[in-house]
Design a binder for this molecule. Sequence first.
Ligand code: IVH
Length: 675
Amino acid sequence: MSTDARRRVAALRAEIARHDYRYYVLDDPQIPDAEYDRLMAELKALESAHPELITPDSPTQRVAGAPSAAFGEVVHAVPMLSLENGFTDEDVVAFDRRARERLGVTEPLWYWAEPKLDGLAMTAIFRDGSFVQAATRGDGVRGEDVTANLRAIRAFPLRLRGNAPRLLEVRGEVFMPIEGFERINREALARGEKTFVNPRNAAAGSLRQLDPAVTASRPLRVYCYGLGALEGWVPPPLQSEVLGALKAWGLPICPHAERVHGVAGCIDYYRAMAERRARLTYQIDGVVFKVERLEYQSRLGFIARAPRWALARKFPAEEALTRVEAIEWQVGRTGAVTPVARLTPKFVGGVTVSNVTLHNFDEVRRKDVRVGDTVVIRRAGDVIPELVRVLPERRPQGALPVQRPERCPVCGSEVLKPEGEAVARCTGGFSCAAQRQEAIRHFASRLAMDIEGLGEKLVAQLVEGGAVRSPADLYTLSVEQLQTLERMGKKSAENLRRAIERSKHTTLPRLLYALGIREVGEATALALARHFGELEPLIEAACSHPERVEEVADVGPVVAAHLHAFFSAPAHRELIGALRASGVTWEPFAPSTAELPLKGQTFVLTGTLPSMTREQAQAALGALGAKVSGSVSRKTRYVIAGADPGSKLEKAKALGIPVLDEAGLRQLLAAHPRR
Ligand code: IVH
């Protein structure tokens, strides 16, 4: 092997790295692109002549390996937090006051002020100066492994310059500059492909690619703004100095960040950036203030999922004018009849808005929206667009107030708006095509009648084909009929038929839950079954003595009203009759006289459990007599905490209340088998 080649390869890599650094970090390129391309071509040629000289951190190796089938999971050594938002100067003043009070500091604090970049958060690990791993934020605790994709971003270094620590985890934002975003959208249009709605989606879509070659072809940039895990380095005292060190190691830092003095400095910075925003080459949705001194940061600590030492001051949502072309009524899967305004399409807040929900009829009346009106619409970041107000002076003559439909636009059943409720609903239930499919899917679901194999797609086919109009029809289906469904062989049809048959023997709580009565979830169904023991007394009470229904724990007037409405409807009484006639049976639920093992104990659930829904946990605890409450107090027996717990967990810790995870909960449940 020639030493000349080895030397030249090393020299080329060093030179390319230097130009990358000048371009992406210092924003001060020294050579024209063509010259850079020439260096790269020479390096590639040398490496293909001497493959033994190829190393993973060579700039030619950014896209290495084949596309993967799925992203791996990365558990963040230090959780990735979010930021508290502020929307006014007063919010900034209050944030600064709280911070100084906690610290016991009277003089103004220094802050590190930087743009709030509109991309997606990433974390990247360097070991002994070499890039080894990158992940997305995910839920803050676990993210997706996007190592191969970050490698593919030329704007991010594969090796740090100078004396790098043993372990350095940096955090920052991956984003797509506006010019690049517009270019890839132009190119996509020319190819007749779909475009991205905004630079943030483009960045997210480009980073979360299973094929790193695609990521490499997208104009992504990264700005680093913080640290994760560290070994072999004690950070300097100030945030600005930390970023200075990152920059010296060759990591790209936002050039528009600066040190500001006190709350006045923060407010001036916000104003200046708001004014500058339209001229920036990248999209931002606000600015972030971080207490400069790291020692103060650690003294301030965190609340819930955000640090007390940082505040995101968001820009106000963007507004625009457009015209209402029509107001239509949509029937949701649960029967809610919702007004939707169709608009002359308008680009606002980074997307084209062509319709907005008006939520409910009261809202239409309150805002007095009419067809033909000129209206102000608003959209901020990820938020759903909204109709802010009507400009009455621009109303065309003869525009009439909107009327609420009396009949469902889908099935023609009566539309009712219960007293005190904002939402109007179609009363068609199973007989309304908009609701039927969802109602039957729910009926068959695991926690309801548990018809194994009868998933959403099959239900859709059965309902659309007209074979099933009500849940009772499921019990009349023959193997031959089932076999006519898509991708349904004889064997699967027989299995499904058996599953349907098996579901006939059920329990009262499951049946009640399966009926899909509004507000009657698994836990309420269980409480009702336990209280009434059989269906008839419940129907009797629901229809004639609602106050008796309210005696059930956790049942208030709203649930009682829904039970009343449900069981008073002839169609629903017929349904129950039809279910019985097709052989559906349920055991009476013997109200237990024995003391339930967890009676009198209050539990609080917070966060997401890995494999149980909140309803399931609540139902399981309820079955043992425990009460599940929404807030932690000294009386709380246990707090069950999953991923992303809220402030309840902090409170539990502060009060010294025992905390269980899902495994702990399961152990506790197993210790008291349900009778
Ligand atoms: S600091 C503990 N700085 O905003 C500190 N975040 O709302 C957490 N973001 O997930 C992040 N620009 O994706 C920080 N200059 C900036 C930022 C920034 C954008 C994003 C980031 C984070 C989200 C939190």
